[in-house]
Design a protein around this ligand. Structure first.
Ligand code: C5P
Length: 303
């Protein structure tokens, strides 16, 4: 069978996410350390006359393939900006949960922009793709950037994070979709002050200590909307080897940080046994540009 052009859409995690203000247009100003974990969706793109999207995978049923799908929206925005009437058959293998705080939709949109830019030989640079991306979702630009990043503004101010130590992540989602706008609306109280991230985080202990100084400001409102998040955080914190447990994005996915692959895989297996209804995944924190190298903790092959 012919293979198309493949892009992976890695899970995005906010190691911390502080809300530092609210803009006139209602969007919030954020201060966040965003990393990617080596598990995620997979997009395959083929030349075609029309633009079509087929969705499969364990979380595919939760998505529509219509114009509201971020992959379709990304393809249309790219095509319009290029002024071309090109098509593509896009096959999305949806492996990470939807509306879950791990950037699935944004990562898919970023993968579509990047892949179709190549498939259609448009030659747009990353800066232009990011401009298109921010109109689709706040996390699309950082997903295009694809490396650990300190992100400010509403997602458009992206700075490469200083080097981080090797780490493994166990992610858990209780299967309850949580819409981002509702979580922002439920947020109460004062805004956080922006802080500098220390430039000299060398060991995992340094990373945990630095993260303990920060938090996810969306955790309290998300927990008020989905009390199950309390159980997810407690279950992750209780796993042997877990160094820190926190919610990602606007939830409901939470993660725990581990030192080694063995610890993380053992912990994920234990959690799956305890909570068979949850989505649980273990994957490394990805340090470099994501398109190359890592083949995916889910065993996926790179194209
Ligand atoms: O852009 P995205 O689709 O990720 O955002 C969904 C919603 O979350 C926005 O419409 C907005 O209500 C809220 N949001 C926000 N501030 C941000 C990001 C998202 O208020 N920086």
């Amino acid at each position: 069978m012919a293979t198309g052009l493949v892009r992976r859409a890695w899970a995005k995690l906010n190691l911390f996410l502080e809300v530092t203000g609210r803009r006139g247009d209602g969007y919030h100003e954020l201060d966040s350390l965003i990393v990617f974990a080596g598990t995620g969706d997979r997009l395959e793109m083929f030349p075609a006359n029309d633009l079509t999207l087929e969705i499969g995978g364990p979380h595919g049923a939760a998505l529509s393939a219509g114009a509201d799908n971020l992959v379709v929206a990304a393809a249309r925005a790219l095509r319009q900006s290029a002024g071309k009437t090109v098509g593509a058959r896009i096959v999305l293998d949806k492996r990470i949960p939807v509306a879950a705080g791990v950037g699935g939709g944004s990562a898919d949109a970023a993968a579509a922009l990047d892949g179709l830019n190549e498939l259609w030989r448009l030659g747009l640079g990353e800066a232009r793709l990011r401009e298109l991306g921010i109109t689709l979702g706040a996390d699309v630009p950082v997903c295009l950037f694809g490396r650990p990043a300190l992100v400010r503004g509403s997602g458009e101010i992206i700075q490469r994070a200083p080097p981080l130590p090797p780490a493994w992540l166990v992610m858990a989602n209780p299967g309850i979709a949580l819409a981002t706008p509702a979580v922002f609306e439920a947020r109460r109280g004062a805004f956080s002050e922006p802080h500098d991230w220390p430039p000299d985080v060398k060991t995992l202990g340094d990373l945990i200590a630095a993260l303990e100084e920060r938090r996810n400001d969306l955790e309290p409102p998300a927990r008020s909307l989905v009390p199950e998040i309390d159980r997810v955080l407690a279950a992750l914190a209780d796993l042997p080897g877990a160094r820190l447990a926190r919610m990602s994005g606007s939830g409901a996915t939470c993660f725990a940080i581990f030192a080694t692959a063995e610890e993380a895989r053992r912990a994920a297996a234990l959690l799956t046994g305890r909570e068979p209804g949850w989505w649980v995944a273990a994957a490394p924190l990805l340090h470099g540009k994501l398109a190359a190298g890592w083949r995916g903790a889910d065993g996926a092959e790179e194209g």
